[in-house]
Design a protein around this ligand. Structure first.
Ligand code: PEP
Ligand code: MG
Length: 587
């Protein structure tokens, strides 16, 4: 069928964040550019230089336009970045060297410019001066923009998104996603990624409908194209027809009346029909999400991912800055508990302010990440521990460690916590002496050694996103294998059961804070396996609470027993789905 003269196309991806969006595409092409390389005939050389000059002018105009458009949204410091970009474009050395390279080699201007720019970028990146090192990033940005202009493609920043549009990108990094203006992003669609990639987690907490793993979408979508993002079914409908739009209007009405039905129970206790209480808490990434935690009646925060405080900063946040941030959350939610997770940088979350801290790695998810990095940088880590401890004087705070692999590591971290406490005592600063310490169980070795970890902490929180990734050897961000990421896999269920039983034997409570916890399909199974708490992105809470209130704990236990006996995970999925439908209809 035709719409605006273009054919409607349905592209299937992975449903990442619920909701339906209809709007025009904001094409965000961040991926590596393919730069063609060819020889320019002598007769065309003057025209090639003219093309370069013209591209410089266009790029300067582009930057000036963005600067103007976004100036009201930007801080002084951010606006200055654009000045720095203009300076790069006016750098006579860069321009004359490009032209000299062109005259010597006769190769097309993109190839020459890129060669010179890359030389500058590496030279600046190696300089031992922070200001000059940042210039490398400016040159990189401008180079990309200029090459896009030369190649006739669009290059932009996500911060340029000022009018309501749907972001269409190859991929979005966690730091980019944290910078998205939620009032301007109608929806997000990416070629790559899976349900548990960090950018998706951020989209979900911002309630932005999102579909990921849509493969070649960026190759077929043009900037300004109309599309629908169906974050329930994982569909992207390009050039929707009038009929499709009408159908989606009906779906949207149905969905919003369903959401209202779920929201109607939001203030009621999270208790099963046979009276078992399940604590429901919130996962947050930024301090300003405290309002969301309250709006969805979460019992405090079960996971505060502190790394976003680091991802958005141009320098490492100090103890004082962190303290102010953690304290605001603790005070805002007191007397409810806030579980602050220590820095989990690395993996798919590089640190833009200090890229050299981690450096390039062949296997980032198996690399220098989270607690491994913190143990090698004890002073940086203790800044964070002291900040968390000081916040504990202003509310109910717990500290939780990510990526613990075994008891020795946990003991080492606890020693540093002891040192941080001693520092504060010496400085006569208040903190909760009895602060509770938790360990994330997200590495298979920690799961298998859970009984050995239990004596060194007060609670466990199972990070199913990573645990499943490591257990099944499935990169959680890789769309090609996303279908193999199977929370119903018998090995996953066995490991969960083992961790929960090991914890309970030593009277430790167990939470789940991975995305599985906020999935209303899987929540009954987790509860049936014995999980005490579920922590999730706040907008997911209503559906989970609804199903809990509709089901009996004894039925969830039976579901878990049947699931554990199942060898075929597709059958387990069917059982889970049937259980869900039964209770959603009844509730
Ligand atoms: C997890 O791994 O399940 C988790 C909650 O941590 P993150 O998603 O931040 O890695
Ligand atoms: Mg994790």
């Amino acid at each position: 069928m035709e719409s605006h003269g273009k054919t409607e196309t349905v592209i299937r991806g992975v449903a990442a964040s619920r909701g339906i969006a209809h709007g025009q595409a904001f094409l965000y092409l961040q991926s590596e550019l393919e730069i063609p390389r060819y020889t320019v005939e002598p007769a065309r050389r003057a025209a090639e230089i003219e093309r370069f000059d013209q591209a410089l002018v266009t790029t300067r105009q582009q930057i000036a336009k963005i600067q103007l458009e976004v100036s009201t949204n930007l801080s002084e410091a951010e606006a200055l970045i654009f000045d720095a970009h203009q300076m790069v474009l006016e750098d006579q050395a860069l321009i004359s060297e490009t032209i000299r390279e062109f005259e010597n080699s006769g190769l097309n201007i993109e190839t020459c410019f890129n060669a010179i720019a890359q030389r500058y970028i590496s030279a600046f990146a190696e300089i031992d001066d922070e200001y000059l090192r940042e210039r490398a990033a400016d040159i990189k940005d401008v180079t990309r923009r200029l090459l896009h202009v030369l190649l006739g493609q669009t290059a932009r920043q996500l911060t340029e998104l000022v009018e309501k549009r749907i972001i269409v990108a190859h991929e979005i990094s966690p730091s980019e996603s944290a910078g998205i203006d939620r009032s301007a992003a109608l929806g997000i669609v990416t070629d790559s990624g899976s349900r548990t990639s960090h950018a998706v987690i951020v989209a979900r907490s911002m309630k932005i409908p999102s579909v990921v793993g849509a493969r070649s979408l960026t190759a077929v979508v043009e900037d300004g194209d109309w599309l629908i993002v169906d974050g329930y079914e994982g569909l992207v409908i390009l050039h929707p027809t009038e009929e499709t739009l009408a159908r989606y209007r009906i779906i949207q009405t149905e969905k919003s009346s369903f959401e209202s039905r779920l929201m109607a129970a939001i203030e009621l206790p999270p208790e099963t029909a046979d009276g078992v209480h399940v604590t429901l808490r919130a996962n947050i990434e930024k301090a300003d999400e405290v309002g969301l935690v309250q709006q969805y009646h979460a019992d405090g925060v079960g996971l505060y991912r502190t790394e976003f405080l680091f991802l958005n900063a141009t320098t490492l946040p100090t103890e004082e800055e962190q303290y102010a941030d953690y304290r605001a959350i603790a005070e805002g939610l007191a007397p409810a508990t806030v579980t602050i997770r220590t820095l989990d940088i690395g993996g798919d979350k590089p640190l833009p302010s200090n890229p050299e801290l981690i450096g390039p790695e062949a296997n980032p998810f198996l690399g220098f990440r989270a607690i491994r990095l913190c143990l090698e940088h004890p002073e940086m880590f203790k800044d964070q521990l002291r900040a968390i401890l000081r916040a504990s004087a202003h509310g109910k705070v717990e500290v939780m460690y990510p990526m613990i692999s075994g008891p020795l590591e946990l003991e080492a971290v606890n020693r540093l916590l002891g040192e941080a406490k001693a520092d504060l005592r010496a400085r006569q600063l208040a903190f909760d002496e009895k602060i509770r310490v938790g360990t994330m169980i997200e590495i298979p070795s920690a799961a298998l050694a859970a009984d050995l970890l239990a004596p060194h902490c007060q609670f466990f929180s199972i990070g199913t996103n990573d645990l499943i990734q490591y257990l099944l050897a499935i990169d959680r961000g890789n769309d090609r294998i996303a279908h193999l990421y199977d929370p119903a896999h018998p090995a996953v269920l066995r490991v969960l059961k083992q961790v929960i039983d090991a914890a309970h034997r030593q009277r430790l409570k167990v939470s789940v804070c991975g995305e599985m916890a906020g999935d209303a399909l899987f929540a009954p199974l987790l509860i049936g396996l014995g999980v005490d708490e579920l922590s999730m992105s706040p907008p997911l809470l209503p559906a989970v609470k609804f199903v809990i209130r509709a089901m009996k704990f004894s039925d969830a236990e039976k579901l878990a027993t049947d699931a554990l006996a199942q060898t075929d995970s597709r059958k387990t999925q069917e059982m889970i789905l049937a259980f869900h439908h039964r209770h959603m209809a009844e509730g």
